[in-house]
Design a protein. Structure first.
Length: 534
């Protein structure tokens, strides 16, 4: 038996939980306060509306992706913890020594997102409903009102974004992207993956693949956060550039009014002509300002509304699917690489079984071993398909008559017969693929030949595995053990391709897996009296 060091798994899980803790701190103590108080920073004038909308959308996408990333890392920590526990139990059970200590204690699992049910607090919306007069004010107010009216009519509403809050938001996003807990995420995850490099176990490749998805998620959060910060910084810088230009050209614009002084503030520019401009001077000033505003590079920046790094947000759905995996997913994946159990007769039976049931047990072991299928799984199929309707002489008599009637009407409808409830088309596939075992047998014989029915069940499990196992994705392997898959295929072979396409097992399939899980321990108990299986 392969012995695997569970401490490697426990250490990896601890490191994953450390990333969760650090990321939660980074979001709550760096990002959220870093961009708080920035509501309305973009203003509400027409040219900025598209940029504002994209900022809000991308901020929400980034928050959702960060939540998905942290949730996936946390779930992977639980999965790795459970995988370590599985190996520790296996090592414990394999130790024949009398002083092997107490049974390993199952690790406690996490509960819920560290961000709570509502996720990360919504980023302040950049759009403002404040009056546009703050974008450009000209003395006296009557002249200023007229100039703004002309500017608005010309499609050149003076930008009234707040450079102070734009600066804060830009700095907040960038600081978050560069914060150690965030920026070091990919490196930390790679270190965790490297921890498994010397472990030869069936779950390692699966775990490392999931870690690689986490790395992509971490990199996506970094890139998008930096992109949000850089886009906001660009907006801020271009807005200052435009206002600087207005301040610099104001004396020339109002030359006929004796010149002017101007100064720039957080939300706009204030202009003080030397004398009150008349109507002609107001119109001339508005024409000049229209040219300055509409031709400035701020307008092209706002129109493009480009936020680099947002393409990486497509990783969110993959992260969410990982966060939704069961805690034993890695254990299930590992089972696909385990050697099938074989059973050998004990020197002395522990207890006697009903002769009919003992026949089923002996046949399950004989043909399970022969086909390379866990005999306990073969016996489970017997119990699933017919064992509970023919385990007494009276029930067996009724079952035989039931099977005979179904066989007689098979030309009218597709029926299943025998102890293991097999359809004719399934039996014909066995004859085709295993002619040495079934070439000279007929489907109708299943109705009265329990040994043949059990042999057919064992080889049907083998055929399902040979024909379909390679097509099962890791996504599906993480949802069911190898034995559960073979049992599912025995019951619903025609739906296996649909399950691959959907990425999940349907409700009916889940019910059959559930029944298999319930009856496998019964099969273990039945075989355990006569056979030792390992």
């Amino acid at each position: 038996m392969v012995r695997v060091d569970p401490e490697k798994y426990y250490g990896a899980a601890s490191a994953l939980f450390g990333i969760v803790t650090d990321m939660s701190f980074a979001v709550n103590q760096v990002l959220v306060p870093g961009i708080s108080g920035t509501f309305g920073m973009g203003g509400g004038y027409p040219a900025v509306s598209g940029w504002n909308a994209k900022y809000a959308t991308h901020a929400d996408e980034l928050a959702a992706t960060a939540v998905a990333y942290v949730g996936a890392v946390q779930q992977l920590g639980d999965m790795v913890n459970m995988a370590g526990y599985n190996w520790e139990v296996a090592n414990y059970n394999a130790n024949p020594g009398p002083k092997k200590g107490t049974q390993p204690e199952k690790p406690k699992l996490t509960a819920g997102s560290p961000f709570g049910p509502n996720g990360i607090a919504e980023a302040p919306r950049p759009s403002s409903t404040a009056a546009s007069s703050s974008g450009l004010s000209v003395w006296p107010s009557t002249a200023g009102d007229k100039i703004r009216e002309l500017l608005v009519a010309s499609g050149a509403t003076p930008p009234y974004g707040d450079t102070s809050t734009l600066n804060k938001a830009a700095s907040g996003w960038v600081k978050f992207s560069e914060y150690g807990a965030v920026a070091d995420g990919p490196t930390k995850l790679q270190t965790i993956a490297d921890n498994f490099s010397d472990i030869d176990a069936g779950d390692v490749a699966y775990i490392v693949d999931l870690i690689n998805v986490m790395k992509a998620g971490a990199s996506a959060v970094i890139a998008a956060s930096a992109g949000m910060g850089n886009a906001t910084r660009g907006h801020h810088d271009e807005l200052i550039s435009l206002r600087t230009l207005i301040v610099e050209t104001a004396p020339t614009v109002f030359a006929d009014a004796g010149g002017a002084t101007a100064k720039s503030g957080n939300c706009g520019v204030s202009v003080m002509p030397t004398t009150a401009p008349d109507a002609q001077q107001q119109e001339a000033a508005s024409t000049a300002f229209v040219g300055i505003i509409t031709s400035h590079s701020l307008m092209s920046l706002l129109a493009a509304a480009k936020f680099d790094g947002m393409e990486g947000m497509s990783i969110k759905s993959r992260l969410e699917s990982i966060a939704a995996l069961s805690d034993d997913s890695a254990i299930k994946v590992a089972s696909w690489k385990e050697e099938p159990k074989r059973c050998v007769r004990k020197d002395q039976n522990q207890k006697a079984l009903d002769p009919l049931v003992q026949q089923w047990v002996d046949a399950s072991v004989k043909y399970g071993n022969e086909a390379g299928i866990d005999p306990q799984l073969v016996m489970t199929i017997v119990l699933n398909e017919g064992g509970y309707r023919s385990d007494t002489p009276i029930e067996k008599w009724a079952s035989d008559r039931y099977d005979a009637a179904r066989a007689g009407t098979n030309d009218l409808r597709s029926n299943s017969i025998g102890l293991t409830n097999m359809k004719k088309e399934t039996f014909e596939k066995l004859k085709s693929e295993y002619p040495a075992e079934f070439g000279n047998r007929n489907w109708g014989e299943l109705a009265g030949d329990n040994e043949l029915a059990i042999k057919a069940a064992a080889y049907s499990l083998k055929r399902v595995d040979a024909n379909y196992a390679s097509g099962m994705t890791d996504e599906l392997r993480g949802q069911m053990t190898h034995s559960q898959f073979m049992a599912l295929g025995y019951n619903a072979e025609s739906y296996l391709d649909d399950y691959v396409q959907a990425g999940k097992v349907g409700d009916a399939g889940r019910k059959y897996i559930g029944m298999t899980d319930e009856r496998y321990p019964v099969a273990q108990q039945l075989l355990g009296g006569t056979y030792s299986c390992s």
